[in-house]
Design a protein around this ligand. Sequence first.
Ligand code: GLU
Length: 459
Amino acid sequence: MRPRTRFAPSPTGNLHIGNARTALFNWLFARRMGGDFVLRIEDTDIERSSLSFEASILEDLKWLMLNWDEGPDIGGKWGPYRQSERLGLYRELVDKLSGNGVAYNCYCTKVRLEELKKSQLASGIPPRYDNRCRGIKAGEAPKGASPAIRFKVPPKDVSFADGVHGEVIFDSKSFGDFVIMGSDGAASYNFAVVADDALMGITDVIRGDDHLSNTPRQILLFEALGFKPPRFSHIPLVLGHDRLPLGKRDLSASLRSLREEGYLPEAVLNSIARLGWSPGEGFLSLDDAARLFDIGRLSRSPSVFDPSTLKRYNKMAINNLSHEELFRLMGLTADEELKRALEAVKPNAETIGGLKRLIGPFTGELSLTEDARSLLSEPYSKEVVKAFFKEAEGADTLDETNYLNIMNGVKRATGEKGKRLYMPIRAALTGQAEGIELVTILKLLGRDKVIERLKKIGV
Ligand code: GLU
């Protein structure tokens, strides 16, 4: 059967590295087998969901080039693709279960449920519903109360072959009858997911390990509704450097902030592909990755997101792009001089933002960073810059042929060496304390511009 996978984010925050990786693995799985990738928005939590988060998730997925075949923006024959637009479908299926006697009305109040939980915890048993309303006959229902609807959990072992973990077994007795529709008519997460996956013909559910314990409940619902359960694969979570699962609170891991810092989508894809998957070191295109992807070879333990891997791939991605493309991303117009500067600064840049900072001094006006300003205010820096100015004025050109002579002259005149020699000159010429090699800076700027800059900062 042609596979159909889905990515089902809740629009309650921006996309982060962890859920982008789930999207990627679903995309790769579908593309490898020539199947469909569906985008579904799980917005049943009305209070925390918002259309602006939905828009931002769609934008981030597009930026990552993970195109979908059906979704809320483009529709499709199994839609609608927002859970908030599918409430009628859930109601129909819940009624079906109630009609078959496998779901029942529950009139327990919040207070009773909380007390039950407290007393179970106090006696050391894992909290679960005691199925009290199971036996209530139609005539015995409390008047005027609007009930929640619970699923009658059949006592059995639920087993499934997980694509990552292999055979998994749960005993259904470990959970009580669970709510499938709240007293406000809202379908529960477990119910809505099953209804959607079944009605949308999803063949493979690939999601985080945090959903593993939901799966037996969902399989029982598939069976009760008369649908064949999909294949499940639970991928280990992505942890931050604090070894806690990455989540919405980790702003630096949000796709939006990575994009704003100047990370390229190809680099993000390469680094998230390595979270739990080992396709080798080389830079992969999405097509390469789709060809190689094998869910059975994913790691079973969590992986830690390492920003240095992302930086390494971003450097590679920057080097893979044409100069035209890099100028476009930096919002600069290229000329011959700037092209030479780009060639020189490119190996030092980890992000597009960094590249723009490094090329800044060669685009025209000089602006001093705080670090450069404070460095240049030191008396020794002033001496070094003054001595350098004298040497530069006396030279015909400034390039590698007379660079050593010039620097030796400055050394002699000031008694400075190493960093104390180079940094003030670099700061005076580029406005930045860190950057590319001084000899390259001199070559790129040329003698006249060097002198003009030094005069401008008031040697
Ligand atoms: N909406 C769920 C989440 O964001 C996804 C549930 C699922 O994949 O089944 O975690």
